[in-house]
Design a protein around this ligand. Structure first.
Ligand code: NDP
Ligand code: HSE
Length: 436
């Protein structure tokens, strides 16, 4: 048995405290499975006094993350501070000191993945990030290793636990948005800034990571389409159910073909999912990622997508891999650029089906006016209904399901529709996915 491998833990919040607890509890198990002993040697946290009072060993606590970088007994740095500049500096300085890095920071990877892995390549140091996507689901390892022989045709994922928890509570318990969010926060699911959970950007960061891994280049965040769940109403859940759909915040990644130079599309938005599809039944904090590989076909990965324990489980996996990489250096440093693809479809050209909920005046000719605009723009209507029980005085809702059209087409249609006198409120538009 060699000397223990030293770990520096940067952050002792929701995730960091879980990692510390489970690393101690499972130290013997890990030692037996890995043949390597793991020891936490330094912990960076802003409020050291509070953590010492809570029982964390005062002698290893420091308020300065740079102490981890400079400590020669620390060989693996685990970044769970969730910061921007400081986390990036910690990661880059650790790499430069040849310390293997583990991070759960999806926002940082989505925005600086290229820079981080260029440094990793320069110094020959791996960076692991299993906890960055899907909480406890080993989706990064699956894409990196198990599906290495597949072109990835598509990925559809519920990849934000907080928003899925909120949607589930709104749909099933009739909770209001703020109450559902407060519950998710109290359970430790939400980001330090929860607006990322509800505005779609946490899921978008994860979609960028999955797409980058699948297609071999770091997808720029300004080339993806992102919409959050803030505008969904109970009426949308009700109408969607009547039509045979649930509503989920989905990350959708698709390649046009498995050929060299094929364009990819990456988008995150509320989506009508057919009730019969398995993703419609993924509820609460659970995440699920459906990956379609051109060899394997459809696969599905399911598990808790946020919270202390599932996230800690993913980080323990990374720490174990980091320890092995220290003993047996490896060529794959956590991200292999492979450039088979390399460009994103212009957002206006993305094709979808749509659900529209309009608020219109209750008078003859209204449907004809709206249908006329859609026809002008070569957009087909697949069904239409005006729920009688939903009378709102002089206005009524009008729900339309729209055949496949581009973002540009539907955008132009909505602009003209919203200018009609008979349309009394902004139109709700939700994309529909049939997983064909
Ligand atoms: P928290 O806000 O709960 O914890 C952050 C920790 O980092 C705190 O202990 C804080 O110290 C410490 N910290 C912040 N800045 C500094 C600094 N400059 N120097 C030293 N310590 C610092 O966040 P979470 O644990 O929820 O999330 C951490 C990361 O994990 C984020 O990147 C998040 O996106 C990611 N993640 C979170 C998941 C979850 O379910 N919560 C799931 C998957 C990933 P102090 O306590 O003194 O303020
Ligand atoms: N806030 C994130 C979520 C944490 O709710 O999914 C897990 O990445």
């Amino acid at each position: 048995m060699q000397q223990p491998i030293g770990i520096g833990l940067a952050g002792l919040g929701n995730v960091g405290a879980g990692v510390y607890k489970h690393l101690l509890a499972n130290r013997n198990l890990l030692r037996e499975r890995l043949g390597l002993d793991l020891e936490v040697r330094r912990i960076a946290v802003r409020d050291t006094a509070r953590r010492a009072a809570e029982g964390f060993p005062a002698e290893i606590l420091t308020p300065h993350w740079r102490d981890l970088v400079e400590d020669p007994s620390v060989q693996i740095v685990v970044e769970v501070m969730g910061r921007k500049e400081e986390s990036l500096a910690l990661i880059l300085e650790s790499i430069a000191r040849k310390k293997v890095v583990v991070t759960a920071n999806k926002a940082l990877l989505a925005e600086h993945g290229r820079e981080i892995f260029e440094a990793a390549t320069q110094y020959g140091v791996p960076v692991f990030y299993e906890a960055a996507v899907g909480g406890g689901i080993p989706i990064i390892k699956a894409l990196r290793e198990a599906l290495i022989g597949n072109h990835i045709v598509s990925i559809h994922g519920i990849i934000n636990g907080t928003s899925n928890y909120i949607l589930t509570r709104m749909q099933e318990a009739g909770l209001g948005f703020p109450e559902a969010l407060a519950e998710a926060q109290s359970k430790g699911y939400a980001e330090p800034d929860p607006s990322f959970d509800v505005n779609g950007w946490d899921a978008a960061h994860k979609a960028v990571i999955l797409a980058s891994l699948a297609y071999g280049f770091w997808v720029p965040t300004d080339k993806i389409f992102v919409e959050g769940i803030e505008a969904l109403t109970s009426a949308d859940f009700r109408f969607a159910r009547q039509l045979g759909y649930g509503i989920k915040l989905l990350g959708i990644i698709k390649a046009k073909s498995a050929e060299f130079g094929s364009e990819i599309e990456v988008r995150v938005h509320p989506t009508l999912v057919p009730e019969k599809h398995v993703l419609a039944s993924v509820n609460g904090v659970f995440n699920a990622v459906a990956v379609h590989g051109n060899v394997v076909g459809e696969t599905l990965f399911y598990g808790r997508g946020a919270g202390q324990d599932p996230t800690s489980s993913a980080i323990l996996c990374d720490i174990a891999e980091a320890a092995e990489a220290l003993v047996n250096p490896r060529r794959n440093l956590g991200f292999m650029p492979h450039g088979l693809y390399g460009s994103c479809k212009p957002l206006d050209e993305i094709l979808c089906e749509y659900y529209l909920r309009l608020c219109v005046q209750d008078r003859p000719g209204v449907i004809a006016q709206i249908a006329g605009i859609l026809a002008d723009l070569h957009i087909g209507i697949s069904s239409i209904f005006q729920p009688e029980s939903e009378d709102e005085g002089s206005t009524v809702p009008l729900v339309m399901m729209i055949h496949t059209a581009s973002h540009a087409q539907i955008g132009a249609a909505l602009e003209r529709i919203s200018a009609l006198d008979c349309v009394r409120k902004p139109t709700q538009m939700i994309r529909v996915e049939h997983f064909s």
